[in-house]
Design a binder for this molecule. Structure first.
Ligand SMILES: Nc1ncnc2c1ncn2[C@@H]1O[C@H](COP(=O)(O)OP(=O)(O)OP(=O)(O)O)[C@@H](O)[C@H]1O
Ligand SMILES: [Mg+2]
Length: 503
């Protein structure tokens, strides 16, 4: 295959040529090419299921391609394992982090490679070297801190420090900022700029196109497992990326209809959560109203939503749906009363990965759909699944595929479908579009708007300011476990929200 392939530009550090990867029912990658030079930041963009993570796993030796060739410094290589790729200087930071929670920072950085003498770990050396790597990523914590005690953004930086400790020359980051706060994202951007200076090559995946405009030297676009375009630095614009990703124009504006709020559907009075025992909160959401819950990461929004739904206990206070009080901490009762929660963490709370997509979608609505009270109505399950596949654009091999094999963003869509299938009267959404590509986001906004139009009361938490401003009829802002203020639609602005969100 040598003659057909065009030569890569000089100083190409890592190159993939004609990579094909098939899974049962899907061709995840179809003859994909990619190259990155020393000290270059290459962004890889594409819709959910376009093949980004699969390609990165192949570059990092996690999976092997069916067809195609990898080259490092112009030499053909074959990775049989992650260690092979690490030996070649290629490290992958996964879409879902991979640290050991119960170990401290230093142990995580050097896991399996601890400096030792005759098998005895040299703890002091371990910590000194860790400090050096932490300094490079701008993380100012003791190497003895347990990883589970760090916020997610700092854990991300520990992962990067770990990659640097093996002298990675190619660092692959798969959606590193999807759970970072604005400040953490900012420090990650600085770390990337620094690494670039040190001639590390970076492969960067994100659905946040603004970040890519800031840091990328070049963009490679994937669509349906194929190369769909390349953009040089001067060509990288939001619209140019989107147009290649989706193959059509996507409006950047929210389709939003005026809603006429009805009766109060959700009433929360003086509720105290275990996460913030010193603070109590009250709020009300009317039928047909969309209320945004804004705040910085860690402000207590998820804790409040979980407590309302009954996943977490409450210490005091009352919750009413349509005037009926709920017994606290009873999810089944919440569902029966018409509440639904689309959780933030799809893997832990939202999806049963070992079950099929069809089963997942119909799971919470099973009881209401059972024929004669006991049998599962298969044909109803199938049509339900198909209609959501269509309306949310879920990319899957088929209804019977296991949910765990879907791409990250498509898993999120299944979680959403599963709760929408219940036709809730009060819908709680926690970061509904995290990890979701731009075309599908638009679909989800349209759906939320439509549900409100049908009289559903909606309370959603989001860290994306644009989403809060674009969707909400009213915004509640939280800081340190407490709702600090309320903004009607005509008073919502980035500054107004930030003022209430920060002390
Ligand atoms: N182990 C697997 N078995 C079966 N199918 C898989 C497997 N891994 C990925 N796929 C499928 O391959 C396709 C590409 O998935 P991939 O995870 O690479 O997408 P992605 O571009 O990273 O999407 P996202 O933006 O949602 O993270 C998807 O259709 C996915 O369902
Ligand atoms: Mg992915």
């Amino acid at each position: 295959m040598t003659s057909a392939v065009t030569a890569a530009p000089p100083a190409t550090r890592l190159q993939a040529k004609g990579i094909t990867k098939r899974f049962p029912g899907v061709t995840a990658l179809d003859h994909v090419d990619l190259h990155v030079a020393a000290g270059e930041v290459l962004a890889v963009v594409g819709e959910n299921g376009a093949g980004k993570s699969t390609l990165m796993k192949i570059l990092a030796g996690v999976q092997s391609p069916d067809v195609g060739q990898l080259m490092v410094d112009g030499q053909p290589v074959e990775f049989r394992s992650v260690d092979d790729a690490l030996d070649a200087g290629i490290a992958l930071i996964h879409q879902e982090l991979n640290l050991s929670d119960n170990l401290d920072v230093a142990a995580n950085i050097f896991l399996g490679r601890e400096p030792n003498v005759g098998g005895w770990i040299r703890r002091k050396e371990l910590e000194e070297q860790s400090r050096e790597h932490l300094r490079r990523v701008g993380l100012n914590v003791s190497p003895r801190t347990l990883v589970r005690d760090l916020p997610i953004g700092q854990q991300q930086l520990v992962e990067i420090a770990k990659a640097l400790s093996i002298n990675a020359r190619v660092l692959i980051m798969d959606e590193p900022t999807s759970s970072l706060s604005q400040r953490e994202t900012e420090s990650l951007m600085q770390v990337i700029a620094q690494l670039r200076q040190e001639s590390v090559s970076i492969l960067y995946i994100s659905h946040r196109l603004g970040e890519i405009q800031r840091i990328a030297d070049r963009v490679t676009v994937l669509r349906d497992g194929k190369n769909a375009g390349e953009l040089e630095r001067s060509e990288i614009t939001h619209d140019a990326m989107v147009c290649r990703m989706v193959g059509r124009d996507v409006s950047r504006f929210y389709q939003r209809h005026p809603h006429t709020p009805g009766e109060v559907a959700l009433q929360v009075k003086d509720v105290t959560t275990t996460a913030w025992p010193g603070e109590s909160n009250s709020l009300a959401v009317k039928r047909g109203e969309i209320v945004g819950l804004a705040g910085l990461v860690g402000a207590g929004r998820s804790e409040l939503l979980n407590a309302i739904f009954g996943v977490d206990p409450i210490l005091s206070g009352t919750i009413q749906v349509d005037g009926q009080p709920l017994s606290a901490g009873d999810v089944r009762e919440s569902i029966r009363s018409g509440l639904a929660l689309v959780p933030e963490d799809r893997k832990q709370q939202g999806l049963i990965l070992e079950m099929t997509i069809r089963e997942n979608v119909s799971l919470p609505s099973l009881t209401s759909d059972a024929v004669a009270g006991c049998l599962v109505n298969r044909s109803r399950e199938r049509s339900l699944c198909d209609s959501f596949r269509e309306s949310l654009g879920i990319r899957m091999a088929g209804r019977e595929q296991l949910a765990g094999l879907l791409s990250g963003g498509n898993q999120q869509k299944v979680v959403l479908a599963k709760w929408l299938a219940l036709k809730p009267r009060v819908l709680l959404l926690d970061e509904p579009t995290r990890g979701i590509d731009i075309g599908a986001k638009e679909e989800i906004y349209r759906l939320i708007d439509q549900l409100a139009g049908e009289g559903v009361a909606i309370l959603f938490a989001s860290s994306e300011m644009e989403e809060i401003i674009g969707l909400s009829d009213r915004v509640l802002v939280m800081r340190e476990g407490k709702i600090t203020g309320e903004l009607p639609r005509d008073k919502v602005s980035e500054t107004a929200v930030m003022d209430l969100a920060t002390a």
